[in-house]
Design a protein around this ligand. Structure first.
Ligand code: MN
Ligand code: MN
Length: 295
């Protein structure tokens, strides 16, 4: 089962202006084949489907624990999209066509099917789907797949970084580049313990250091690339049997942190009356809510 904390894994900057086409590009990192929905659901189902858990506990713990971190990653990417979409339109009477300004943006689903918010789909509006989940039941094959998925996800992040210089998007991408690096290394180390093959030597793929990206460098300077957070009050402790030893960049030892990162607040998304979110007259339902909170 899950507990939930109403915070994001990092603090996102306040957007200076709306950027709906950047939001569309960032969708790839949420609902594309190599997006956070895919990492989340791959590791989640692999943990549900794991056979021989009692004998292979460190591997089960690793997959289950990383799955839980990925749940916080979809939250972070969805919030980034929501911040980039906020302010795309201005309130006006329906007859003045307040949505005309977004008629030609890349993904009009943001403006027709949601209240200017994240979709479970990719950069071109295609839906995420369960075919992206690989759960063969063979531990080595699943771990090899997870390594491939993390480096595939890294490629997508690097390209989205090159596509937008929006500071909200880049802050999120910088952090996730670092966390993806942790996951790729963790799966590589897991494979190394099982087979003896030195898979960590392949990293990074593609061969460019995270330190080239200022937003990622900041998180590495804080040591995030050496830390595997244990997302449970009491469980998943055997991740420490895989996540240990020196960090490949020589900056210190790998470390399991008991509990989540401190993180940052979940931003309060502004109301968008012109798409009736949460209503055409938000003051009216805020009044009802205020009565409820008094009672
Ligand atoms: Mn992730
Ligand atoms: Mn990951």
């Amino acid at each position: 089962m899950y507990l939930r904390i109403d915070r994001l894994q990092i603090e996102l900057p306040q957007p200076k202006e709306a950027d709906p086409n950047a939001a569309a590009a960032v969708q790839e990192l949420l609902g594309g084949r190599f997006g956070e929905m895919s990492t989340l659901m791959n590791y989640t189902y692999q943990s549900f489907n794991f056979r021989g858990r009692d004998k292979l506990r460190p591997y089960y713990d690793l997959i289950a624990n990383i799955a839980t971190e990925e749940l916080g990653h979809i939250e972070l990417v969805a919030t980034t999209i929501n911040l980039l979409l906020s302010g795309s339109t201005q309130p006006a009477s329906p007859e003045d066509a307040p949505l005309k300004v977004v008629k030609d943006v890349r993904n009009v689903h943001h403006f027709i099917n949601t209240g200017q918010a994240a979709l479970v789909g990719n950069a071109m509006g295609g839906h995420w789907n369960g075919d992206y989940v690989f759960s063969s039941g063979n531990l080595i094959l699943d771990l090899l797949h997870n390594f491939f998925l993390e480096v595939g996800a890294r490629m997508a992040k690097l390209r989205v970084y090159e596509m937008t210089d929006n500071p909200v998007a880049r802050e999120m991408v910088g952090y996730l580049l670092v966390r993806g690096g942790v996951h790729a290394l963790a799966y590589a180390k897991a494979l190394e313990t099982l087979t003896g093959v030195e898979i960590p030597k392949l990293l990074p793929v593609p061969k460019i250091d995270n330190s080239k990206f200022p937003e990622a460098r900041k998180y590495e300077q804080m040591g995030f690339h050496r830390k595997l957070y244990r997302y449970s009050p009491e469980d998943y402790k055997e991740i420490a049997k895989i996540w240990n030893g020196p960090s490949p960049d020589g900056s210190g030892d790998l470390e399991v942190v008991d509990g989540p990162p401190e993180g940052g607040p979940v931003p309060n998304l502004p109301e968008v009356p012109e798409v009736f979110a949460p209503e055409y007259d938000p003051a009216e339902i805020a009044e009802i809510a205020a009565r409820l909170m008094k009672g």
